[in-house]
Design a protein around this ligand. Structure first.
Ligand SMILES: NC(=O)c1ccc[n+]([C@@H]2O[C@H](COP(=O)([O-])OP(=O)(O)OC[C@H]3O[C@@H](n4cnc5c(N)ncnc54)[C@H](O)[C@@H]3O)[C@@H](O)[C@H]2O)c1
Ligand SMILES: [Fe+2]
Length: 384
């Protein structure tokens, strides 16, 4: 079977990656639109970038009104600045939210109509060059062809895609993640772990994505708790930033499965951050998925040293799922109840959530394809 494998054109990783990328950035044009959020401005992360741009005589404008739920309105505001100020390319500094917003702005510079017109379609025309600088070791958006934007009229999260939404340059410099507080480190790290596990156990997994998925799982198990406990541990931060990139590469080429499919409705209805809603679902979903891919879960157990000679695939898979549970516990992942979701409302919304989860198409990539009853049972199990 033939497979397509898509990655960014240039990837810079490790300490001082930003400096190493300067010649490549300079070639992209005279003026950049920087897309970011206020936190990145406050923390000095944007200044780190603008200092570099000043030193290589690249001009810039800054759009910093992104928050943790990117919307079509933010995209329109960004487009206006880009066009009014005659920018030539875009740079995102931030977590998945500013990166996704930047991709959508880029798409709408070269494509007609509104961003909401492209739901369910592939973005046709190439955007201007896109530079991504992730500040969370999480979404992997720096290496994906996806952007998730809320349609504020219909109140849904749109997943938009196109291979041309891939970064021209991904700069994965751990210095940008070092300021992430423990809660953000935990949730975004589990998001990356979810990408890696889902892509490895997906029906769409391919040899090239498997390499990146396994490597990401190993790095995350070794380093996530370390970075959570000590945000200044730069070895752990560096490893995690690479793991998130690997996991992004993996799921970009193999798709996500049941966890992400079920996670989006929780995010849309109760405003639970993306990584946290994945973390809440992870253990129950993996217990379900394990029965459809025991050999794959056994590989995952081996990767983290959980496989012992003589174990059956299922036994080893259970060890892996148990280790994921332990990790989530050590990271103090909140339950839905602790987050403040209303149980009555959650149960009232079960049918809609189940429909939306299945409509996303992601659960169907799981080796054991869930029925709507299965999905409902997993949602209910989150309240046990
Ligand atoms: N495009 C994709 O392939 C893809 C994949 C998964 C998720 N997503 C999307 O990404 C978004 C989530 O992104 P995220 O989890 O990276 O979080 P985020 O970008 O929403 O940021 C979460 C919070 O953490 C803060 N933060 C980020 N980096 C920080 C740092 N280094 N120091 C201090 N604070 C920091 C932000 O200011 C914000 O308050 C969601 O909208 C989700 O839908 C996209
Ligand atoms: Fe994700």
């Amino acid at each position: 079977m033939a497979n397509l494998f898509v990655i960014p054109k240039y990837i810079f990783t490790g300490k001082d990656a930003l400096n190493l990328a300067s010649d490549n950035i300079k070639k992209l044009g005279k003026k950049a639109l920087i897309v970011t959020d206020d936190m990145m401005v406050k923390l000095g992360s944007v200044k780190r970038l603008t200092d570099l741009l000043d030193s290589i005589s690249v001009n810039y404008e800054i759009y910093s009104k992104v928050n943790s739920e990117p919307t079509d309105k933010m995209v329109s505001e960004g487009i206006e600045i880009y066009k009014n100020d005659n920018c030539n390319f875009l740079i995102a500094v931030g977590g998945g939210s500013p990166i996704d917003t930047m991709k959508a702005i880029g798409a709408m510079i070269t494509n007609t109509g509104k961003i909401t017109d492209y739901l369910g379609k592939v973005i046709p025309n190439d955007p201007p060059p896109l530079v991504t600088i992730p500040t969370t070791a999480g979404t992997g958006s720096e290496a994906t062809q996806f952007t998730i934007i809320a349609d504020t009229e219909k109140n849904i999260k749109m997943l938009l895609k196109g291979p041309n939404l891939m970064s021209t340059i991904a700069i994965v410099d751990p210095v940008f993640t070092s300021t992430a507080p423990p809660k953000v480190t935990a949730a975004t790290g589990i998001d990356a772990l979810t990408h890696a596990i889902e892509s490895y156990t997906s029906r769409k997994a391919q040899p090239m994505s498997n390499i990146f998925a396994l490597s990401a799982v190993k790095r995350i198990f070794k380093n996530l708790l370390r970075a959570y406990k000590n945000g200044d541990d730069m070895t752990a931060r560096t490893e995690l930033s690479i793991a998130a990139l690997e996991a992004g590469i993996a799921f970009n080429n193999a798709s996500v499965t049941i966890v992400h499919g079920m996670s989006r409705p929780i995010g849309a209805l109760y405003h639970v951050p993306h990584g946290l809603s994945n973390a809440m679902l992870l253990s129950e979903c993996l217990k379900f998925a394990l029965l459809g891919a025991p050999e794959k879960f056994c590989d995952l157990a081996s990767e983290i040293g959980g496989y012992k000679e003589g174990m059956s695939y299922i036994q080893a898979g259970k060890v892996f799922v148990g280790e994921v549970e332990k990790l989530c516990k050590s990271l103090d992942i909140q339950t839905l109840e602790e987050f403040g979701v209303n149980k009555g409302l959650f149960f009232k919304n079960l049918d809609k959530m189940t429909e939306d989860a299945l409509a996303s198409g992601s659960p169907q990539n799981t080796m054991r394809i869930p029925s709507s009853e299965d999905i409902k049972d997993i949602y209910k199990a989150l309240w046990k």
